[in-house]
Write a protein that binds this ligand. Structure first.
Ligand code: NCD
Length: 331
């Protein structure tokens, strides 16, 4: 793996392997000093053209826990304001010496363009409506570990809400089904993409019918910043038909897993008490996101030098700068 651009590039086996590696980094993250020298001397840059809280912080935390140096680029304070193109910005960042660039952009395909211009590894941190591979991986990690399974064979997952504008939905459909799950999209017709040709999903417009049949319900944020036309009569109407309201939460079976990628609109797609319910794994998704991104960075930047990854995660070693093995002792 040289870049991580599209979720669909990952087979079920690739995902399982990355999730197993993630287990090791969850153990590292639980240590009193949650840090390993695996990527010492490497630099990871984040190139974010769109707002983000958790994805950017998560990648930066992941890079730091692997002892990489980090560089942050935010459009608001950069030469993009002076008209610099994406290509020039990417080449400038590369010239400073980076090993990996995490790209978030409002246009679908922007990370692919960056990957064609520079030699560093490129990770798609979310591009337009298109894809968000590390979100899909952290969702698969969170759900499999909650269900106590390696894959999602036979699991039924409802993805509810603004599918049309959601890169998370596209990424998750690909990853969940690669692991064997069956996915039902639940949304009003106006929030579904006009063509779903080739999507391995079922579609419903009735949340109440679907909720009784699923193992997990994945709520999506209403992406008001991407809506160019009035797609729903009102938010109140949306909530009453498609929100995980207090009432629906009461009727939900005890073992259904509630997920949301964040940021949440509490009171719209998810009632505050649903977000805080023990069935919700929303905080676990964020926590696991760091370990998943450690696994991705490790896989992209350290795989050729990877020496030991013991089953108990006690030792992860790397040849280090001068070729001498650098062992990380148990924390
Ligand atoms: C999502 C995103 O930006 O794609 N958030 C995230 O990365 N956790 C979803 C969203 O914005 O609704």
């Amino acid at each position: 793996m040289r870049h991580l651009l599209d979720t669909a590039d990952l087979s079920g086996d690739d995902i399982v392997e990355l999730l197993e590696l993630t287990d090791e980094f969850v153990k590292v993250s639980a240590r009193s000093i949650p840090k390993v020298p695996a990527l010492r001397g490497r630099t990871v840059a984040s190139l974010f053209y769109e707002d983000s809280t958790r994805t950017r912080l998560s990648f930066e935390t992941a890079a730091k826990r692997l002892s990489a140096d980090t560089m942050t680029f935010s459009v608001g304070t950069s030469s993009v304001k002076k008209g610099e193109s994406l290509r020039d910005t990417a080449l400038t960042i590369e010239a400073m010496g980076v090993d990996a660039v995490v790209v978030r952009h409002g246009s679908s395909g922007a990370p692919h363009r960056v990957a064609s211009w520079i030699d560093a590894a490129v990770i798609n941190g979310g591009d337009g409506w298109h894809d968000h591979p590390t979100q899909a991986l952290l969702d698969c990690y969170t759900l499999t570990r909650r269900l106590g399974t390696e894959r999602l064979d036979g699991a039924r997952i409802a993805i509810v809400g603004d599918i049309k504008h959601s890169r998370v939905a596209r990424a998750d459909i690909s990853a969940f089904t690669a692991l064997g799950a069956s996915v039902t999209l639940v949304a009003p017709p106006t929030l579904l993409p006009p063509s779903r040709a080739g999507w391995p999903v079922e579609v419903s417009h009735h949340l109440d019918e679907v909720l009784g049949t699923v193992d997990a319900v994945y709520l999506l944020r209403m992406q008001r910043e991407r809506m160019t036309e009035a797609l729903i009569p009102s938010l109140r109407e949306y909530t009453s038909r498609y929100g995980l309201t207090h009432d629906r939460l009461r009727r939900l079976a005890d073992d259904v897993v509630v997920m949301h990628p964040g940021p949440m609109n509490r009171g719209i797609e998810i009632a505050p008490e649903a977000a805080d319910d023990p069935r919700a794994v929303i905080v676990d998704q964020v926590r696991n996101g760091v370990a998943v991104r450690m696994a991705v960075l490790f896989e992209l930047l350290a795989s050729e030098t990877r020496a030991v990854s013991e089953p108990d995660g006690a030792v992860v070693s790397d040849p280090g700068v001068d070729g001498a093995p650098l062992e990380i002792s148990r924390g």
